[in-house]
Design a protein around this ligand. Structure first.
Ligand SMILES: CCCCCCCCCCCCC/C=C/[C@@H](O)[C@H](CO)NC(=O)CCCCCCCCCCCCCCC
Ligand SMILES: Nc1ncnc2c1ncn2[C@@H]1O[C@H](COP(=O)(O)OP(=O)(O)OP(=O)(O)O)[C@@H](O)[C@H]1O
Ligand SMILES: [Ca+2]
Length: 568
C-alpha cells in the first residue's frame, strides 16, 4: 500500500480554473480540489486515478505514483497565449483567468479497461513563475532519480509481421511517446528474416543501450532472444550450445510492441496486445523476468522457447499455416480447423523431471500476476539450486530415479512455459503457468475421439478446466525429453521401415481425404511459432534467463478506502 511519504512540495495551483492543493512526495503526486471538501469515489482504484475519463474530473481528488509519471512539460507563454513544447497553441491564459502566468503539464499513466494503459495529462497553472519552475524541476529530479527507466533503446521493427503494420504502429503510436519521455532510439527496420538476431549477435553495440525493443510478433521476439542470449553467453565466456552449463542471465530488458499474428508473449505478460500500453511499460522502466527453455537434439543446440513447444496438433497447425502466410493471422484458424479434422495422432515416449520443492501446480486456481509470490519463491529456489549446479546435474541423471516416463499415442504434446494466453484463448494453454517460476507445464493429450478433442479445445475459451478430462495429463516439470516411437530402437526401426513405406503410400492416396485416419509417422515441433528440424528433443528450463519491460498482468482494481491517499 503506497502512502504519500514526506512532502517535497506543496502549493495551491489551478487546474482548469479551479483551485487545487497539489503535493509532491517521492512516491506520489496528489491534487485535491480546494473549494469543496474532497469527494471520495468508492469506485476508483487504489490511487484514485480516474478509471476511464481522459481528462481529470475537477471534482475529485487525484493521485499518481511518481513512478508512473511519463514526463513534465512547461507551457511557454507568448502574446497572452501559451505554446506547448510541441508547438501547438493552447489558450491557457484566457481559460484559466488573468492571474495565471505560468503553467506546466504532467503526463502520466492512466489505466483503462482490460489492462490497457493510456497517456493522460493534467495542466497546472501557477500565479508565480518561480513556483512553476520549482515544480517542473522537482518532478524532473524525481524522474531522473529513477534508475530503472531506460534512456537509450535499440529498436527492431519487422515490417512484415502480422498485418504488416509494424512500421506504422511504431512511428504513429510509440515513437512520439518515447520522444515525450526523453528516450533516444536507434531504429532498425529489418530487411530479411534473422536480420535482428544476427545484428544482436555480431554487430550491435549493446553497451550503448538500456534495452531492446521488438516491434513484431512472437517470431520476431524469438529472433531477439536468440541474438541476445547468444551474445550474453559469449560475453560471459559461457558455451551457448552446451547442454550442461548454466546460462548467464541477460541484463538488457526487452520491450515488446505487439505487431504480429498471435503476440502471445506480450498478451501473457501484460494482459493486452496494445502498442501504447507496451510503450508505457517500457517508459516507466518495468521489469519482468521470464523463463526460457533450451531445446537440444543429441546434445546439439536447436532453439530457445519461452511460450509454446508443441508436437502433434500445434506442430501440424504451424507447418500447414506457414504455406498460407499470405492469409495473415487468419491462417492459424484455417489450418487449425484443417488439422482438427485431420485428427492425426503420434506415438512416442515422453520422459520428464517433475519440478520438486516448488509452490504451485498446473491445476491451481491462482494465476501468475504482477509481483507473483510463486515466481519469487520458486525463482529463489532455482538460483540456490544453480549455485550447487554440479550436484543437480548428478540428480538430473536417469540413475537418480527421479525421471518419469510415459509411452503412448498422443494428439498433442505441449510444453507451456507461460500461460500462452492470447486473444484466441484469453486464459491460455496452461492458465496457471508462471512467467518466471523456472518450470514448464507439460500437457499430454492422448489419442481420443474428435468429439473429445473438441471438448478440450473449446475449454480453452471457456471457464471450464481443459485438463479435467480423462485423456489429458499435465505435469509441472523442469526438464523433459521426447522420442518419437520410430527413433526408439533398431528393432523398432526395422518395423518402421515396413510401416513407413506403407504409410507413405497411404498418405499419397489420402492427401485429399484427411479424415480417413491414416496418420504420418512424425509431426514436427512448434517452437514459439518456428518449426524445429528434429523431433527427438531434450528440453531444459532456465529460470528467469531474460527480462521484459513489463510487470506481469495487474490484478483488477480492489476497492479499498484506507489505501486511498486522498482520504488521508
Ligand atoms: C472451437 C474453437 C477452439 C479454439 C481453441 C483455441 C486454442 C488456441 C490456443 C492458442 C495457443 C497459442 C499458443 C501460442 C503459440 C505461439 O508461440 C505461436 C507463435 O506465435 N503461435 C502459434 O503457434 C499459433 C497457434 C495457433 C493455434 C490456433 C488453433 C486454432 C484451433 C481451431 C480449432 C477449430 C476446431 C473447430 C471445430 C468445429
Ligand atoms: N524483414 C523481414 N523479412 C521477412 N521476414 C522477416 C523480416 N523480419 C523478420 N522476419 C521474420 O518474420 C517472421 C514472422 O514475424 P513476426 O513474429 O513478427 O509475425 P507473425 O509470425 O505474423 O506473428 P506471431 O509470431 O505472433 O504469430 C519471424 O520469424 C521473423 O524472423
Ligand atoms: Ca514458467
Amino acid at each position: 500500500m503506497e502512502r504519500p511519504g514526506r512532502l517535497l512540495l506543496q502549493s495551491e495551483l489551478r487546474v482548469r480554473n479551479a483551485a487545487y492543493d497539489v503535493s509532491l512526495s517521492r512516491s506520489l503526486l496528489i491534487w485535491k480540489r480546494r473549494t469543496s471538501s474532497p469527494v471520495y469515489h468508492p469506485f476508483r482504484p487504489r490511487f484514485c486515478v480516474p478509471l476511464f475519463p481522459r481528462r481529470p474530473d475537477p471534482g475529485v481528488c487525484h493521485s499518481v505514483p511518481v513512478s508512473e509519471i511519463i514526463s513534465v512539460r512547461e507551457e511557454e507563454e507568448e502574446n497572452g497565449s501559451r505554446q506547448r513544447d510541441d508547438g501547438s497553441w493552447k489558450k491557457i491564459r484566457e481559460r484559466e483567468g488573468k492571474d495565471c502566468r505560468q503553467a506546466f503539464t504532467v503526463l502520466y499513466v492512466e489505466r483503462c479497461r482490460q489492462h490497457r494503459w493510456r497517456c493522460a495529462e493534467v495542466t497546472f497553472t501557477c500565479s508565480d513563475e518561480a513556483v512553476c519552475q520549482h515544480w517542473v524541476s522537482s518532478i524532473r529530479e524525481q524522474l531522473a532519480s529513477n534508475t530503472s527507466r531506460p534512456k537509450h533503446l535499440l529498436v527492431y521493427i519487422n515490417p512484415y509481421g502480422g498485418k504488416r503494420q509494424g512500421k506504422r504502429i511504431y512511428e504513429q503510436k510509440v515513437a512520439p511517446l518515447f520522444t515525450q519521455a526523453g528516450i533516444s532510439t536507434s531504429v532498425i527496420v529489418t530487411e530479411y528474416a534473422n536480420h535482428a538476431r544476427d545484428h544482436l549477435k555480431m554487430e550491435a553495440e549493446l553497451k550503448k543501450f538500456d534495452g531492446v525493443v521488438c516491434v513484431g510478433g512472437d517470431g520476431m521476439f524469438s529472433e531477439i532472444i536468440h541474438g541476445l542470449i547468444w551474445r550474453t553467453q559469449i560475453d560471459c565466456g559461457v558455451d551457448p550450445n552446451s547442454t550442461e552449463e548454466a546460462l548467464s542471465p541477460c541484463s538488457l530488458r526487452i520491450g515488446i510492441i505487439p505487431a504480429g499474428s498471435t503476440d502471445c508473449i506480450c498478451f501473457a505478460s501484460v494482459g493486452t496486445n496494445d502498442p501504447v500500453t507496451s510503450a508505457l511499460h517500457i517508459i516507466v522502466g518495468d521489469s519482468q523476468p521470464l523463463d526460457v527453455c533450451s531445446v537440444h537434439h543429441n546434445n546439439m543446440f536447436l532453439r530457445y522457447s519461452v511460450s509454446l513447444l508443441g508436437y502433434g496438433f500445434y506442430g501440424d497447425v504451424l507447418s500447414d499455416s506457414e504455406r498460407k502466410r499470405w492469409m495473415g493471422p487468419a491462417r492459424y484458424d484455417f489450418s487449425g480447423l484443417k488439422m482438427f479434422l485431420t485428427h492425426h495422432y503420434y506415438e512416442g515416449t515422453v520422459s520428464y523431471l517433475p519440478a520438486k520443492g516448488i509452490i504451485g501446480t498446473p491445476r491451481d486456481a491462482t494465476r501468475c500476476r504482477s509481483g507473483c509470490v510463486i515466481c519469487q519463491h520458486n525463482g529463489q529456489l532455482n538460483s540456490e539450486r544453480s549455485e550447487k549446479y554440479e550436484m543437480d546435474e548428478a540428480s538430473d541423471s536417469e540413475s537418480s530415479g527421479e525421471w518419469r516416463t510415459i509411452r503412448g499415442k498422443f494428439l498433442a504434446i505441449n510444453a507451456a512455459s507461460m500461460s500462452c494466453a492470447c486473444p484466441r484463448s484469453p486464459k491460455g494453454l496452461s492458465p496457471a503457468a508462471h512467467l518466471a517460476d523456472g518450470t514448464t507445464d507439460l500437457i499430454l493429450v492422448r489419442k481420443c475421439s474428435r468429439f473429445n478433442f473438441l471438448r478440450h479445445l473449446l475449454r480453452h475459451t471457456s471457464k471450464d478446466d481443459q485438463f479435467d478430462l480423462t485423456f489429458i495429463e499435465v505435469h509441472r516439470v523442469r526438464r523433459f525429453r521426447f522420442m518419437p516411437r520410430h527413433c526408439q530402437s533398431d528393432s523398432d526401426l526395422e518395423l518402421d521401415l515396413h510401416e513407413n513405406s506403407k504409410r507413405q503410400i497411404f498418405s499419397q492416396i489420402c492427401k485429399d481425404h484427411p479424415a480417413c485416419g491414416c496418420a504420418p509417422a512424425y509431426s514436427s515441433w512448434n517452437c514459439d511459432g518456428e518449426i524445429l528440424t528434429h523431433t527427438a528433443i531434450d528440453v531444459r528450463v532456465h529460470g528467469q534467463l531474460i527480462k521484459l519491460f513489463a510487470r506481469g498482468i495487474e490484478e483488477l482494481p480492489v476497492f479499498e478506502d484506507l489505501s486511498n491517499p486522498c482520504a488521508i
